[in-house]
Design a protein around this ligand. Structure first.
Ligand SMILES: Nc1nc2c(ncn2[C@@H]2O[C@H](COP(=O)(O)OP(=O)(O)OP(=O)(O)O)[C@@H](O)[C@H]2O)c(=O)[nH]1
Ligand SMILES: [Mg+2]
Length: 190
């Protein structure tokens, strides 16, 4: 059997409850749009009870593959065993990103910390809901990620400016430019 090494990164999705983490993972990895009623996140959940209450309480993993032209590789169909469609994506991809969809609710903080510590992500993507801004759980997740020296990428929508100011105020040692770009040498927040 020939083992081929592929360019692979692991990305932890963190942020407060209901900020849209699972929806984002569903939209990106399944190549669909959300229907505004939780349609995209439903395809990411591991358990029935998560589908029923809409809340992530376990670590869900999904992959996104890209070909040599950086075009997304999608499987023929998703309604099959995860091992099957993952292998189809991996086979046709040059570059692979694994998403770790973590829990936002405080009740599941231990599970989120497990995801960040034990699953060793290369990067963290922090989601800040435009209607919520930076919350207690945003700070907790950010703190754990920074402690573990994961590179942080933040996705900002309407609350972007105030969130950026918060990060600049509280994490002075990490340089963040106004353009939200990253000084790779000096910063681990992108
Ligand atoms: N308006 C709007 N709604 C969104 C967006 N992203 C997600 N939603 C909706 O917000 C709700 C919560 O989204 P989730 O993806 O479950 O949020 P989550 O961060 O995964 O929540 P937890 O797993 O409980 O931490 C769902 O009903 C989504 O349809 C967005 O960008 N805009
Ligand atoms: Mg979720």
């Amino acid at each position: 059997m020939q083992i081929q090494r592929k360019d692979h990164s692991k990305l932890a999705i963190i942020g407060n409850v209901d900020s849209g983490k699972s929806t984002l993972v569903g939209v990106l990895t399944k190549g669909i749009l959300d229907d505004g009623r939780g349609g995209a996140r439903e395809r990411v959940f591991n358990y029935k009870h998560e589908k029923e209450n809409g809340r992530t309480s376990s670590v869900a993993q999904e992959i996104m593959g890209f070909d040599e032209n950086l075009k997304q590789v999608l499987p023929e169909r998703f309604n099959q065993n995860k091992n099957k469609y993952w292998s189809q994506v991996v086979e046709k991809s040059e570059k692979i990103v694994t998403f770790l969809d973590l829990c936002g609710h405080e009740k599941y903080l231990k599970t989120t910390i497990f995801g960040l510590v034990a699953m060793i992500p290369d990067y963290s993507l922090i989601i800040v809901g435009a209607n919520m801004g930076v919350s207690k759980m945003t700070r907790e997740h950010l703190g754990v990620s920074l402690f573990l020296k994961n590179t942080i990428r933040h996705r900002l929508d309407k609350s972007g400016h105030s969130t950026l100011k918060y990060l600049q105020r509280n994490y002075r040692t990490y340089q963040i430019s106004d353009k939200e770009s990253c000084d790779q040498k000096n910063s681990n927040i992108i």
